[in-house]
Design a protein around this ligand. Structure first.
Ligand code: SF4
Ligand code: SF4
Length: 82
């Protein structure tokens, strides 16, 4: 079975800290940073390497600043030799 791994990139300087992406993530991949960006908002960051690339976060982000990448890892096929 192929396993899907995801990764996201957040344009943190445009983030408004609304937390919609954090609430929408089923994998608890995201959280708010303790720091603020140039606009004065706390911004979303990746805190767990659990992303599956489901894209929920990108769909709900009102600023459309999340890009999602998906990588499918094919299971290695082991063949027996006599
Ligand atoms: S793509 Fe899905 S799993 Fe990955 S951070 Fe966004 S909501 Fe979470
Ligand atoms: S949904 Fe978008 S604007 Fe809101 S916290 Fe997440 S990345 Fe920032």
């Amino acid at each position: 079975m192929a396993k899907v791994q995801g990764d996201i990139i957040i344009d943190i300087q445009k983030c408004k800290g609304c937390e919609l992406c954090i609430d929408s993530c089923p994998e608890e991949t995201l959280s708010l940073s303790g720091k603020i960006n140039q606009k004065g908002y706390q911004y979303a960051i990746i805190v767990n390497q659990t992303c599956t690339g489901c894209a929920n976060c990108a769909l709900v982000c009102p600023e459309a600043i999340i890009t999602v990448y998906r990588k499918v890892e094919k299971k290695q096929v082991v063949t027996k030799t006599a």
